[in-house]
Design a protein around this ligand. Structure first.
Ligand code: OAD
Length: 244
């Protein structure tokens, strides 16, 4: 069995990282204006504000830990591989909590918060400290040229060829903790359906495109995802009861 999982901020909400949009008004974009902090134009106009926003988010991420939903997806990946299957993990999240839970080959379509990129020489580096205009590029030593290795509004998401290849080969498409409001990720469910792939949504509550899914499981990811993973693994051919 080949499963394609798309994850969003809801997967990491219970790790304390919050979400972007929340009907109760506590989402990140209710407190911070994305047009002033998450666009190339904003970075050109007010780089110190943009650096401060991503420095704050990087510090929060370094204090956070994977939750049981991240760990369950790592078990699913190992369990599928052990039975000649495959789990494609595509995330809109810029955190590294899937990797810290043991997941491999995670495709970060919106980039990675713990990486920086040099706009002068193109070098990409893992990065934990705060970043600022005075930080020199580790490769070319220029200052004022480093930015977070994340995708901003108006920029192309990363790994799209690989992601569409994974989607085309999937037997099941599952969206976890995403509001379905940001494209191209929000369009994956329609593309999966058009290819005859079964679809399932796991979310706290129905997402914007909930009506497009064949099946839905509602509740906190930290309990719904482990239960769903246990069901999938138990149903795989060759399952003996001892999970890897
Ligand atoms: P959103 O904040 O738009 O949506 C989060 C989703 O997670 C909502 O549908 C919630 O119902 C759900 N949710 C919240 N808590 C949950 C929990 N404990 N368990 C399960 N689900 C839960 O986040 P995304 O859909 O990831 O892009 O947002 C997509 C993109 O918009 C982000 O990658 C970011 C943002 O602007 C960029 O910054 C480019």
């Amino acid at each position: 069995m080949r499963i394609f999982v798309l994850t969003g901020a809801g997967l990491s909400a219970e790790s304390g990282l919050g979400t972007f949009r929340d009907p109760r008004g506590s989402g990140l974009w209710a407190r911070f204006d994305p047009m002033k902090l998450a666009t190339p134009e904003a970075f050109a106009r007010t780089p110190d504000d943009v650096h401060a926003f991503y420095n704050m988010r990087r510090r929060n991420l370094l204090d956070a830990h994977p939750n049981p939903a991240h760990a369950a997806l790592a078990r699913l990946q190992t369990g599928l591989v052990a039975r000649d299957g495959h789990l494609a993990l595509v995330t809109q999240n810029v955190d590294d909590l899937l990797e810290r839970a043991g997941c491999r080959n995670v495709l970060h379509m919106h980039g990675e918060l713990l990486k920086i990129r040099c706009t002068a020489c193109g070098a990409v580096h893992h990065w934990h400290p705060d970043l600022g205009r005075g930080t020199p590029c580790p490769d070319c030593a220029r200052t004022g040229v480093l930015r977070p290795h994340v995708v901003w509004f108006g920029e192309m998401p990363q790994h799209m060829d690989e992601i569409y290849g994974e989607l085309a080969g999937a037997d099941l498409f599952v969206a976890i903790g995403t509001s379905g409001s940001v494209y191209p990720a929000a369009g994956f469910v329609a593309e999966a359906r058009a290819m005859g792939i079964a679809t399932c949504e796991i979310n706290l509550e129905p997402s914007d495109n909930a009506h497009q899914f064949d099946e839905a499981l509602y509740g906190p990811a930290s309990s719904v995802v482990p239960d769903w993973v246990a069901t999938i693994l138990a149903a795989l051919p060759g399952q003996t009861g001892a999970l890897p």
